[in-house]
Design a protein around this ligand. Structure first.
Ligand code: HDE
Length: 708
């Protein structure tokens, strides 16, 4: 009996990649069946039975001498390493960075010397607050961490998708993070800032107001990692071969433009597909549609820094692109998924202090604190000092040093000499000219715990961000603030926040106060420096102003039924593919439908599993015979109402009209609800989809009464 079971299971093992379990250079054992390698213990002993523990008789106690069982369970028990204390949920991909032109005038960094040079790169995107198993569409900052394996060592640009931060001094980091994480007594809420502790801390921390405007904007609910910007946040230095320094701020700009989702949509995506962002990255890379960003820089000298409105060391401030334009210096392409999520995405160790010669730090107090924190965190998380031996963290250029031993040492020196200087004429030596030289910035001052006066303006750029947004984006900020504060149970916190908003924009403050049902309007918060009214709007801060105007890289969901017009379906699919976008078919049954010419159309989703929130635009192609049944499906009606409510384009053919009526949409038609033209007009329809949303619909959304 036991024998039969064993055989069945060893057959299923065939699907596993056996190479992972075979030691390097190890010979395969000869006794496995044809085509299989031999299952062994980690010590290499062949295993005869992997289905039953060793016991005394078939119904007796287990034996401690069962070394195979003990080793297997021991290893399983230790599979987890501590998740990152922040940015725990992340997803990574490999690619390369390509340099556009030589930047030798500004930096001696080897990566920027030769046009066309390609440098291998690994990127990890993440949310900040949620734990590893949380959902992708939390309202949150996204990490945008890039490791570039340059010929002079790894350069980690550990950035976010928002160019400023909540706090000005690293000593406040544990406080802000504690406040946003689940509250310690109750252990919730997970991956949410909508709770008392977070808003209590924020409302007592005026320096966070600029960042709060960004986090309450649609930037915090991106449609995809592929459609978001990245920022180095701090001011860094480029240093050239003559030891001259130029200040630099780094920006990643997505080739496909910026795009976010609506809040109501985000909430529904989290239920429909909690892995929405990682699936998106996986699918686009696997299908050969490689995401791309340009690396842009803002370069400036001490003179500019001295004359700029704010302190360039203050990480709660930006330099608007309209004041100091960005210039593109290279591109990043992601073209390969990791072979193993744990080995690469989980074990990758980013550190702000990983900089090659030619790139240096400024005195930004947050950056200085980070340079301490990241090394420390890797020791805790990866369990020892040899995490640089892991392939994902090891440099790809030659390296040589005298560090040795410790947990899990993989690169072990050979020979007698493990120190220098030595008289054996052996081992690596310093290279004073080529080696990393820190920029010799002159520093002086008393030892103090003190924030610079030049960091004291907390509202002017918050206001500038707000007034740079289009009306729908401003509306979303007000809605987000209202939602978040509505989850705050202590009224005084809500009031305190409104008093800060009064220093940012009065209309915003009164709108939020009204929507919250505040009894009276508080006075404005005391401001160390009054809000400047003269800062001009910066269109670069708006997602809508920088919208892509094309559907490339997006997804059309087509809801079909039996009898769907074959020509129309094929024509629409082709028009979308011509735009380098993707079509997914949604049908009453996942098996598919029979089209008008009798052909079989396979579906990607059944309606319940493919709600319209998963798509950038939708079309409904039905048939006279099938529409009545479709109208009875609550999920089909939701498909339409949600798409309409989320301001998406909806294409339909005549037979689908009754569904639109039933969903209450038909009496609210606008330019985004489009009766599909004949085949000739389909590419015009698809290029219209490039506008992505009909935000003008939003204020007037009044759905007709949907009945079932
Ligand atoms: Fe981080 N941050 N951080 N951070 N951070 C970490 O390092 C820290 C800050 C950022 O995908 C940790 O490996 C301090 C700003 C990203 O693996 C930790 C301060 C920005 C990632 C840490 C900051 C970031 C991290 C946790 C205040 C944007 C994920 C695990 C001074 C510019 C990297 C780890 C990845 C991760 C510390 C603030 C970005 C604890 C002390 C500002 C993208 O070391």
């Amino acid at each position: 009996m036991a024998k039969t079971t064993s055989k069945t299971n060893s057959n299923t093992a065939k699907i596993h990649d056996q190479s992972l379990h075979i030691g390097k250079g190890g010979e395969l054992h000869q006794f496995a069946e044809d085509g299989f390698s031999t299952l062994t213990t980690a010590q290499g002993a062949p295993v005869a039975d992997d289905q039953n523990t060793l016991r005394v008789g078939p119904r007796g106690p287990a034996l401690i001498e069962d070394f195979h069982f003990r080793e297997k369970i021991f290893h399983f028990d230790h599979e987890r390493i501590p998740e990152r204390v922040v940015h725990a949920r992340g997803y990574g991909a490999h690619g390369f960075f390509e340099t556009y032109e030589s930047l030798a005038a500004y930096t001696r960094a080897d990566i920027f010397q030769r046009p066309g040079e390609k440098t291998p790169a690994f990127v990890r995107f993440s949310t900040v607050a949620g734990s590893k198993g949380s959902f992708d569409l939390a309202r949150d900052v996204r990490g945008f961490a890039v490791k570039m394996y340059t010929k002079e060592g790894n350069w980690d640009l550990v950035g976010n998708n928002i160019p400023v931060f909540f706090i000005q001094d690293a000593i406040k980091f544990p406080d802000i993070v504690h406040s946003v994480k689940p509250e310690p007594d109750r252990g919730f809420p997970q991956a949410q800032s909508a709770h008392d502790n977070f808003w209590d801390f924020i409302s007592l921390t005026p320096e966070s107001m600029h960042m709060i405007m960004w986090v309450m904007s649609d930037r915090a609910i991106p449609r995809s990692f592929r459609f978001m910007e990245g920022f180095g946040v701090h001011t860094f230095r480029f240093v050239n071969a003559k030891d001259q320094s130029t200040f630099v701020k780094f920006h990643w700009k997505p080739k496909l433009g910026l795009q976010s989702v609506a809040w109501n949509e985000a909430v529904k995506i989290n239920g429909a597909d909690p892995d929405f962002h990682r699936r998106d990255l996986w699918q686009s890379i696997q299908s050969g549609s490689y995401p791309e960003w340009e690396l842009c820089v803002q370069l400036f000298d001490q003179d500019f820094a001295d004359n700029f409105d704010f302190d360039i060391l203050d990480p709660t401030k930006i330099i608007p692109e309209e004041v100091l334009p960005v210039q593109a210096i290279g591109r990043l392409v992601l073209d390969r998924m990791p072979d193993n999520f744990f080995a690469e995405t989980e074990q990758v160790a980013f550190m702000t202090q990983n900089v090659p010669p030619g790139i240096d730090f400024s005195n930004d107090p947050l950056l200085q604190g980070r340079n301490f924190s990241y090394l420390d965190t890797q020791l805790k998380r990866l369990g020892g000092p040899n995490f640089t031996h892991l392939p994902i963290n090891a440099p790809k250029c030659p390296f040589a040093h005298f560090q040795q031993d410790g947990h899990m040492a993989m690169h072990n020196p050979v020979g007698r000499v493990n120190y220098q200087p030595n008289s054996h004429n052996d081992g690596p030596r310093e290279t004073p000219v080529e080696g990393y030289r820190h920029f010799p910035a002159e520093e002086q001052g008393s030892k103090v715990r003190m924030r610079a006066e030049s960091f004291a303006d907390h509202y002017s750029q918050a206001r500038q961000f707000y007034i740079s947004q289009t009306p729908p984006e401003q509306r979303h900020i007000a809605m987000a603030l209202t939602f978040e504060l509505s989850k705050v149970e202590i009224p005084v916190i809500r009031e305190r926040m409104v008093s800060h908003l009064l220093n940012i924009d009065e209309t915003l403050a009164t709108t939020v106060a009204q929507k919250l049902g505040l009894k009276g309007m508080p006075g404005p918060a005391a401001a160390a420096i009054p809000t400047r009214q003269d800062l001009q709007p910066s269109p670069a801060l708006s997602i809508v102003e920088r919208g892509p105007q094309r559907f490339e890289g997006r997804k059309l969901g087509i809801l079909v039924t039996d009898g769907v017009d074959t020509k129309l379906l094929k024509g629409l699919t082709q028009a979308v593919q011509n735009e380098k976008a993707v079509v997914e078919i949604v049908a009453p049954k996942v098996g598919g439908v029979t089209a008008s010419d009798g052909s079989w159309v396979e579906a990607h989703h059944m309606i319940d599993g493919g709600p319209s929130v998963l798509f950038d635009a939708v079309a409904i192609l039905s048939s006279q015979q099938a529409i009545d049944d479709l109208m009875k499906e609550a999920t089909a009606r939701d498909f339409v109402t949600d798409a309409f409510q989320h301001c998406k384009f909806i294409g339909y053919d005549q037979s689908a009209l009754p569904l639109l009526e039933k969903a209450g949409v038909a009496d609210a038609f606008d330019e985004g609800v489009v009766a599909l033209p004949g085949e000739d007009g389909l590419s015009a329809f698809v290029s219209q989809l490039g506008k992505l949303r009909v935000w003008g619909r939003e204020p007037s959304i009044k759905l007709g009464k949907a009945s079932s």
